[in-house]
Design a protein around this ligand. Sequence first.
Ligand code: SAH
Ligand code: MG
Length: 928
Amino acid sequence: MIETGKPQVNPSKMPSLTPKAIIHQKYGDKASYEVEEVQVTPENGCPGLVITQKAPPCLYRCTLHLPETTVVSDTFKRKKEAEQSAAEKAIEKLGLRQKEYNPTMQEAWDDLAGRVAFLFANEFLSFPHPLSNHFRAALRRDGHFNGFVPVSVIAVYDAKTTSICKFINPAAEINSLLVMSLVSRAAAKLSDLVIISDDQLSVQRRNLYSPEIISSIIHEASLLESTPLDVILIPVSREKAVEPLKLNISATGYYLDVIARALSLPGASDIIISRTIGKASSEMRIYSSAPKHLFENLSEPQTKQASHVEGSLNIRATYFAGQEIYGDAILASVGYTWKSTDLSHEAISLCSYYRNFVSKIPSGPYKVSRDAILAAQLPLAFTTKSNWRGSFPRDILCAFCRSHHLSEPVFSTQSSMLDSSVNLPGSCKKLKATELSKKEKSELGIAAVPTGVFSCNIKIFSKNQELLLECSPQESYRKQMDAVQSVALKVLHWLDIFFEKPDLSAEELGLLAKKFDIQFTHNFFKGFSLCHSVHRSGTTITQAADTTLNNVDGQNSGVTPTNGCLACISYTVSLLGEGDSTKEYIESCEEFEFEVGNQAVLPHLDAAVEKMAVGQSTYFTVELPLSELILAASGDSAKTLSLLSPRSCKLEYCVTLLQVTEPLEDRMEQALFSPPLSKQRVEFAVCQIRQSSTASLVDFGCGSGSLLDSLLSYPTSLEKIAGVDLSHRGLAKAAKLVHSKLNSLLDPNEPTSKMKSAALYYGNITEFDPQLHGFDIATCLEVIEHMEEKEACLFGNVVLSLFAPKILIVSTPNYEYNVILQGCTPRGQEDDPDERNQVQACKFRNHDHKFEWTRAQFEHWASELAVKHNYSVEFSGVGGAADVEPGFASQIAIFRRGEESGNGMECGSEYVQIWNWSREDQPVGGVS
Ligand code: SAH
Ligand code: MG
């Protein structure tokens, strides 16, 4: 544990507010952001491409409307950035930052009294402020309550009041009772203006408003309709279930009186209103009985004696609101806004209550964001952005901190890019520490930690800026994004364990924390003191399970998922009554995609999917998880609740494996090779091409053009290049890449390129096209394994006999190397000694691969072709080494034409040219 001194508010440690937050503090709902999409100029588009192009990424511009002014942001890739920029501009323009509130204590008290006086002035009644609606509604209250405004309302709905109170006593930040007591003390100084009720919970004007004003207010209300309001009752007794409640808000009355009556309280003044819960824009709050005894004690600042009323602490509501709540409580989303004088409200269902509840568990926001509460789990590792589904770890951690009323987590990333050459012990060691051997990496499977230059740490503070925990992992990453997400994920996992295991002692927790590179302070426990008493019921099912599948239906298509690929499943989860035939359907998804082997789903589900092939279905049952999870998932929480309580139930999962995609190949290549294998292949080819001093090149199976693009990055002797592929998507990408590269080469200041023309064709490379006959050099990188073996032979024959390039470079995976890539130990090896001697069967690197050859197979294919067509051939590769078993990761054959060779005069099919570029067509820049 890190020892921290006395908790202190250190202004320099206060995280600075975002521009939007500053605008919000000042203007609330009066600030309106309007975001528009800005079409990107077709600079990186691709004129002349016959394939319909994917819409270019769009940029956003934001217009911020404020009462005084309107500002427009620059354009940004993300909506959020545009909004922040607009807010920043407004702050600059209005000079908002200079005005810091820094009065003396006496001035602050005067300000508070002044504010209260302002609120009770005649003019305020017609002032467009959420609070003025309460003042008008107070005038419609019945009997002796008429005209009384609850102090809680002033304490909660007037930002100015609360900020002055926070200045007088910083504890006001988290204690609305304290704000109430400060307000009523300030009101007491205004005895000629207002009257305070005996219990100090409401305030009234001494001189009544004029009869005209009052009658207009009564009249205004008679035009409104009464509205039903769906709220949630959270009983103080935890034996009683949380239940939905319907209130009827009459038009003429005061809605807070209705809520008070539902809580068996005399009137609006007896309730205390919590801060908002959930999203920033939400008006969801908890209403409960104002504990007067506490209120009295508060007049002596900070002598809070909760002990004698502990019995009436509403644990669930307290946990939910993050502030102490006593007695029965109502959760409702209702209130006046800046926008209109009508009461705005939203129904709260039991399901949304439980979803909010689940969101307070560290992994909860992830489950909710995936809308798969009973299937999804926070994945073990942030492997790649493209494999991640659902909210990102950083956002989840921020949401988690917000829902627990902590400060926004502070991320700091370090880049060791510059340090690595300088001998700074810290940074160099860091990189070393994570240089795992290949074997270790493959043992770790996908959890292998790529090393790079970015590392990141996180600090989490309470609202009072007390440090709760810090996570400083050793790992470094190639991308900053990966560093940030990985550390956030780490913190979330550790928090998740803390939430799930109430029995962990501080020492055990500390040991565990070390493994997660986390240090926590004693304040940490304060921050989460209630979570264990709230999340208590039910077992958690995070332990890996060896599911015995009842049966697997459907033909074995042979396409099975491996670690690191994305599986797409459809599933339904139902509640099964044991011993009877009740079956209540709870959650389902038609297409749910997740990364296999990354613990991204319930262990049972992961285990089941690993045993299935595409097209197959199965089902299995599991013990019940936390009942809140089931209730959050269920569409009809009330019915589910009734099914859950009287009998013992199980959850049944029915799963169909629909598809398996995004194979190991890319990631393995990225994780295990530096530079990535694909880059090494391209560099190898570029090097050969430059040495050959040839003028024309065709890339067979050019895909998205990575080779063509790289070729244009170096000065070469090439004047003419072409690519052929069967993938429209690949070709469109290639066209864009090559187009923008070529245009940048036109710069007269950069006359290095001799390039005269470039073209892309849609066509099958096993067929000949005379247009591409006679090119000097041909490349075919990682393509043949995507065809049937017969076609690969056909391709070899067609190229060497008909296209007849001087040089042909072909690369394909070396199957023998897969042992290293996959660390492949066949399943069940440990249990079954007989299997140990069997040949290890590795999977192909990619599901689209029709074959992967050993070195012998590849050499056989290439040598036979070479002899037949009078070429010589030599073998090489990238990744690994020729003389170290099992050879190169990617094997490469380089064919060179002998004197005599085919002449390609034969007719063939026509490839469809889908894009071309030639220097003559281009406008000449600069001086001609
Ligand atoms: N050479 C690229 C792409 C490799 S992926 C690179 O190294 O990055 C394999 C590519 O081969 C895919 O784009 C696929 O569309 C293409 N391909 C497979 N069979 C083909 C065929 N018969 N004719 C043309 N292209 C083919
Ligand atoms: Mg391939």
